[in-house]
Design a protein around this ligand. Structure first.
Ligand code: MLC
Ligand code: AMP
Length: 510
């Protein structure tokens, strides 16, 4: 029997294939995709990919705007048995060049307007095929796929074979590609299906991007595996989401989405009258947001914790029998997932003792793409993955994240590694050194701020640095503010004291 994730998702379709699976919510007029449409469209794209006679395990790299067709492309890649490599639409040329050079994809799919520069990068790196796919269903990918049959036998896959590679930045060095298998994704989707009580009558508001774990896997797999309908938003707009909320039963978002919904005066109990589940994750949900949400809507957000390397590790309970939903915690380890907390010496921490969070289970990735040493470093001798998150487990088993040992900023649910931004600032003329930190931000949770020291005699301007960074790195990584100073605070060992900088600028956006 094949363990192809696509096969499991397709098998979950309702008995009537003409039921609507996806309805677009922010196109000029709504588009309706039935389960039969999904089957046929993914077959066509899978047949197109098969016709290219690609080597086994070929990577298919995709940087396109969010559309239903982009989701169909993902499903088609699974179906054809290749490896899906999604790329954030904010990534700029130098970032794309690295990902394509590192992953060596056989196929690249990009939007038509980016074709000139992306195809140049891809062909230079040895990629043979570059297709285009635009938000309005145009582009060479679908033009070519239209010539292919709408039936296709899904590729045979074992649970250990690769389904996707997700690049995650590193504290030092370049991004690493987390290799996720069909088994990682399917086991996690099945656990969440039960834990969150997915039903075929559910209607999911899908308003997250589909190039990261949250929108691509957790949200999409949840609805598909339940045979449930998705209301599809190409981007999150709180007013537009609010207008359709009364038809929905499930919503998933990063904390910023909840903050923005709460900013809508019309948002309240009536809009949520059919809702049964609100899930938050990817970044810490402030207790104020958790409380305000419950007060306003009568619903208690289910906060869960995940990462690219492990998909979902923990979640607050949905069913009352499993316990209450506790704000400020990320709930319990999911069934079948081992979570433990250890101190710096690798000794187990006791109840409520703070240490490094480690994880083991069928959800844990296979390793970093072509980085066996890096992979080995991140696992303990007894095979647990070190998350880089710092936390504790209480007497009832609830996990709380209290910080991160990795130097990471999470802004609006996107990860920003200070070392990467500092590296780009360092290349700018007149810069001697810089320190990048995250400070509290009411909308994004954390905002990126840089403190820069000029070279002797050089005159630097913060706004000019910001302008210079735009176009060089993804816009969400660009500092919201840059301060030019004479020197950085250092401790006696000469190490930059980032905490002092964070404290100094803590009230910047308050
Ligand atoms: C956009 N901007 C951001 C930003 N998003 N700045 C900082 N942080 C962000 N997250 C900036 C843009 O650069 C731009 O700046 C300006 O805001 C407007 O851009 P926009 O595209 O119109 O923004 P908007 O649509 O409002 O986007 C905000 C957002 C988006 C919150 C809707 O960031 C988003 O969808 N975040 C979700 C991320 C996500 O899915 N994460 C899951 C990771 S998975 P300028 O200067 O150019 O005007 C994971 C594992 C797990 O972590 O556990 O799930
Ligand atoms: P990524 O590398 O994009 O997959 O991001 C994963 C990281 O997001 C985790 O290691 C955590 O630091 C963070 N994260 C995810 N969910 C939560 C949450 N509910 N609370 C706090 N941090 C979270």
């Amino acid at each position: 029997m094949s363990d192809n994730l696509f096969v499991a998702l397709r098998a979950a379709a309702p008995a009537d294939p003409d039921t609507t699976a996806i309805e677009t919510a922010d196109t000029a007029s709504p588009l309706y995709y039935t389960w039969r449409d999904i089957d046929r469209a993914t077959a066509r794209i899978a047949n197109l990919l098969a016709s290219l006679e690609l080597p086994a395990d070929s990577r298919i790299a995709v940087q396109t705007e969010k559309s239903v067709e982009a989701l169909l492309l993902y499903l088609a890649v699974l179906r054809a048995g290749f490896v899906y490599l999604p790329l954030n639409t904010a990534y700029q040329a130098s970032e794309i060049e690295y990902f394509i050079g590192n992953a060596e994809p056989a196929v690249v799919v990009c939007s038509g307007r980016n074709f000139p520069w992306i195809s140049r990068i891809a062909f230079k790196a040895g990629t043979k095929h570059v297709f285009t796919l635009n938000e309005d269903c145009t582009g060479s990918l679908l033009d070519r796929a239209a010539w292919h049959s709408d039936t296709h036998l899904p590729a045979h896959k074992t649970s250990d074979e690769l389904a996707a590679i997700l690049y995650t930045s590193g504290t030092t060095g370049r991004s690493k590609g987390a290799m996720l298998t069909h088994g990682n994704l399917l086991s996690n989707a099945r656990v969440l299906h039960d834990w969150w009580g997915w039903q075929s009558s559910d209607v999911l508001i899908h308003a997250l991007p589909i190039f990261h774990v949250h929108g691509l896997f957790v949200a999409s797999h949840g609805a598909l595996l339940a045979g449930a309908k998705m209301l599809w938003f190409s981007k999150f707009d709180p007013k537009a989401v609010l207008a359709r909320l009364p038809e929905a039963t499930v919503f998933m978002g990063v904390p910023t989405l909840y903050v923005r919904l709460l900013g809508e005066p019309g948002f309240g109990r009536d809009a949520c009258r059919h809702m049964r589940l609100f899930v938050a994750g990817s970044a810490p949900l402030l207790i104020e947001t958790f409380d305000a949400f419950r007060e306003r809507t009568g619903h208690t957000i289910v906060e869960r914790y995940g990462m690219s390397e492990t998909v979902m590790l923990t979640s607050n309970p949905y069913h009352a029998k499993d316990g209450g939903r506790r704000g400020g915690t990320v709930g319990f380890p999911l069934p079948g997932v081992g979570v433990r907390v250890r101190d710096d010496q690798g000794r187990p921490c006791g109840t409520d003792e703070i240490g490094g969070i480690e994880v083991k289970g069928p959800n844990v990735f296979k390793g970093y793409w072509r980085m066996p040493e890096k992979t080995a470093e991140e696992f303990t001798a007894d095979g647990w993955f070190r998350t880089g998150d710092v936390g504790k487990i209480d007497a009832r088993g609830y996990v709380t994240i209290v910080g991160r040992s990795k130097d990471l900023i999470i802004s609006g649910g996107y990860n920003v590694y200070p070392a990467e931004v500092e590296g780009v600032i360092h290349e700018m003329p007149g810069v001697a050194e810089s320190a990048v930190v995250g400070v509290p931000h009411p909308d994004f949770g954390e905002a990126v701020v840089a403190v820069v020291v000029p070279k002797p005699g050089a005159a630097l301007d913060g706004d000019a640095i910001i302008a210079g960074l735009k176009g060089r790195i993804a816009s969400f990584k660009v500092p919201k503010r840059v301060f030019v100073v004479d020197e950085l605070p250092r401790n006696q060992m000469g190490k930059v004291q980032k905490k002092a900088l964070r404290d100094e600028h803590a009230a910047l956006f308050k």
